[in-house]
Design a protein around this ligand. Structure first.
Ligand code: GLY
Length: 350
């Protein structure tokens, strides 16, 4: 590396280049050999800046010899335990009835196994419940009362169901709803449809054993109708892992992801040869082309392939995502897509 100190190089690269390119440039080679990647203890990619401490926990688990699923679960547990995070786990936003209903799923590349939980109340770590469903039952998904019964029987610790801050917010929202004229009331779900109120953690990682794993966890759309389940626990929508190809996860308005199997689509584009970042972009272009909302979708994807290359993309101005490996841990800005920036679908195959 030239005269520029390594730290500064990485920082400037973070501003200048897309995710995968940072990784490649930081290593001074077009692609880090998989053997070296394994030697440095894996790559962890997750949504949003709050994913960074979760990534770092996941990497520590792997570096200590832990399994990929342990890394995913314990990493996401970090976010779920943060009562200050208003959209995941303990601090999650409630539904229209003032009840926090959490969604999560976990997926293992080896064995193509998965577990999932929807509309779970009373337990702050839905990722752990999802894993237990995967590992101890013949099912993939449990929801609502049945999921809570399972979590109780399995001895999961119950947690506070609504923080004081979330209760205040919900009561204010209810007062506002009551003051609105009848047709504007939330028969179709909460008014809180801003992109900042369903910030899922979706995490994907390539473990030192060369296998891919993923998980995601969220309280979903704020003030949603009771029983609403979003994209996050739906395999292929909020998360998908194909151990031969790559892994992808989503954040944003779940309704705009789950109608298109968004994460599955990202992985399929990687299968066709696209770089993870281009696969995320292409998925959004394809959805926007069909969807009446066009690019006004509030959806974002992260992706990681079997070679350790990663990327992300979102609608609007994009979004921030976190990448952690043995050499660095950073929050990066994804490219954004609006109708004025979109290229033709189907370009950029490698
Ligand atoms: N993406 C999370 C949700 O919409 O529930």
């Amino acid at each position: 590396m030239s005269a520029m100190p390594r730290r500064r190089f990485l920082q400037s690269a973070a501003v200048t280049f897309a995710g995968g390119a940072i990784y490649q440039r930081a290593q001074g080679a077009p692609l880090l050999p998989l053997a070296e990647l394994r030697a440095q203890g894996a790559v962890v990619v997750s949504t949003w800046p709050f994913g960074q401490p979760a990534n770092e926990k996941a990497l520590k688990v792997l570096q200590a010899g832990g399994a990929g699923l342990d890394a995913i679960e314990q990493g996401i547990n970090v976010t779920e335990s943060d009562a200050g995070n208003p959209s995941v786990g303990l601090g999650g936003i409630p539904n229209a009835d003032g009840v926090v209903q959490l969604d999560a799923c976990i997926m293992s590349g080896p064995g193509h196994r998965a577990g999932s939980v929807g509309a779970l109340s009373g337990f702050p770590h839905p990722i752990s419940v999802a894993r237990r469903i995967m590992e101890t039952t013949r099912h993939v998904m449990l929801v609502g009362d049945g999921a809570a019964k399972f979590a109780t029987e399995q001895g999961f610790a119950r947690g506070p169901e609504l923080t004081a801050g979330q209760r205040d917010g919900w009561e204010k929202w209810r007062r506002e709803q009551a003051a609105r004229p009848a047709p504007a009331k939330a028969a179709t779900g909460g008014a809180a449809a801003k992109p900042d109120n369903h910030d899922t953690i979706a995490m994907v990682l390539l473990a030192p054993d060369g296998h891919l794993y993923g998980g995601c966890s969220t309280s979903g759309w704020g003030y949603k109708l009771a029983g609403r389940v979003g994209d996050s626990p739906i395999l292929g929508s909020g998360l998908y892992v194909d151990d031969d190809i790559g892994a992808a996860g989503a954040t944003g308005i779940g309704e705009n992801v789950m109608r298109y199997c968004g994460s599955f689509l990202v992985v399929e584009y990687m299968r066709q040869g696209l770089h993870p970042q281009e696969a995320c972009l292409e998925t959004i272009r394809r959805i926007a082309k069909k969807d009446p909302k066009g690019f006004d979708l509030s959806i974002n994807f992260v992706a990681l392939d079997k070679k350790g290359r990663f990327g992300a993309a979102g609608t609007g101005s994009g979004f921030e995502y976190s990448v952690t490996c043995g050499k660095f841990s950073r929050v990066l800005q994804s490219p954004g897509l609006t109708s004025s920036k979109v290229g033709p679908i189907g370009g950029n195959r490698k």
